[in-house]
Design a protein around this ligand. Structure first.
Ligand SMILES: *Cc1c(COP(=O)(O)O)cnc(C)c1O
Length: 382
């Protein structure tokens, strides 16, 4: 039986809620299900303001507008991340300054950050890769010292935590702003979806204007004003109620989904431990302050050729394993820009060696066994 890398799933009442949304007579944005999704995060994680968006990309673009990022500004972004983390700020005219990965983890190396800050730096965008927290205490301290904003790219990080001297702080609740993703490949999804979290209250009012195409329609809906008008820049960042209804159906099942993902993750870890002990490949490492969410399981192959061989071997068995990001400084879009000539050895390391294994809600432990034994076979047969 073939094992895809990822598979859309229904966890609970998604379809029933979509029907309810339609029956309610309103399926455009900012309706009942949008409110329920936003409240879910406020109640469960204590986020003070949340705005559902069409994607994490949307939420990052909203953040760039909110921070008034413009030409001449520098924004520090990990080199090993998805395009949107950087592109949202490039759209405003910012110059991107890339930060290399940690040797022990694909996430940004916090030790390098201070050396990247200049007089032009306006913001740092930590990405919690694989749902594993960046060292947020250190990053927030730097931000305070240099008067910078922090926007957490929490696309992978729903229900992940930063442990601060025994206190569990949810990721997405630490930076001034944060962006979540509900794309099909993330733990909780609605096909395409995202959310902006506003932790700094000074951004709350304006975030709502930007969200509603630069109008104060949200205030109008709440009956605070008699008519709404164009008051700021913005765009169409709010998702339809159909997406929100699907998302709410998944959010209700969050604990069950997370438990399943973590059990699959642990099962991989146990099964592949032998290969790590034998020095054949690397397995995920978590800093002590990170409590993760089983977002993705990766192995670090000895080299690119080994990875390619393994991918082909698994594909022959109908198992789909995939690489991940490519160092952004080396992308065609960065050609001729200052970063293209710089060296990012650890980001390049993960670009050529990291391999993600299938991990989704409906995957079975027995299928993980199959994948693990196939990898053991490949490693032994070479
Ligand atoms: C998935 C992802 C995004 C983009 O999310 P969309 O919801 O697809 O826009 C941004 N950053 C990271 C780190 C991601 O993994």
């Amino acid at each position: 039986m073939s094992i895809p890398f990822n598979k859309p799933f229904l966890a609970g009442k998604e379809l029933q809620y979509i029907q309810e949304a339609i029956n309610s007579g309103k399926i455009s944005g900012n309706g009942g299900f949008t409110g329920r999704c936003q409240s879910f995060f406020q109640q469960r994680y204590g986020f003070s303001k949340t705005l559902l968006t069409n994607s994490c990309t949307d939420a990052l673009e909203m953040a760039a507008i909110l921070l008034n990022i413009g030409p001449g500004d520098e924004v520090i972004v990990p080199n090993y991340t998805f395009v949107s983390t950087a592109n949202a700020f490039v759209l405003r005219g910012a110059t991107i300054v890339f930060c290399d990965s940690r040797p022990d983890h694909p996430g940004m190396n916090e030790e390098l950050l201070e050396g990247l800050i200049t007089e032009k730096t306006r913001a740092i965008i930590p990405v919690h890769y694989a749902g594993v927290a960046c060292d947020m205490k250190r990053i927030m301290k730097l931000a305070k010292k240099y008067k910078l904003f922090v926007v957490e790219d929490a696309a992978h990080a729903i229900d992940s935590y930063y442990l601060d001297e025994g206190k569990r702080v949810p990721l997405g609740g630490i930076g001034h702003l944060a962006a979540f993703s509900f794309h099909e490949t993330k733990n909780i999804n609605c096909g395409e979806g995202g959310m902006l979290v506003v932790n700094d209250p000074t951004f709350e009012e304006r975030a709502e204007l930007i969200w509603e195409k630069g109008t104060n329609r949200s205030q109008f809906f709440r009956g605070e004003i008699d008519e709404y008008s164009w008051v700021d820049v913005g765009s169409s960042f709010l998702p339809s109620e159909i997406s929100a209804a699907f998302l709410y159906g998944q959010l209700e099942c969050l604990d069950r989904i997370q438990a399943k993902r973590k059990s699959l993750w642990e099962h991989y870890m146990k099964g592949l431990g032998r290969l790590e002990e034998g020095g054949i490949l690397g397995l995920p490492k978590h800093p002590v302050y990170a409590q993760f969410n089983g977002h993705l399981f990766y192995i670090v192959c000895p080299d690119e050729g080994w990875r390619k061989g393994l991918m082909g071997y698994l594909k022959g068995l109908d198992i789909l394993a995939v690489s991940h990001y490519r160092s952004l400084h080396d992308s065609p879009f960065q050609k001729g820009k200052p970063a293209s000539g710089k060296e990012f050895p650890w980001s390049d390391h993960y670009t050529s060696r990291l391999l993600r294994l299938p991990l989704y809600y409906e995957l079975e432990l027995s299928q993980v066994d199959t994948i693990v034994s196939s990898i053991l076979e490949y490693a032994g047969n070479r």
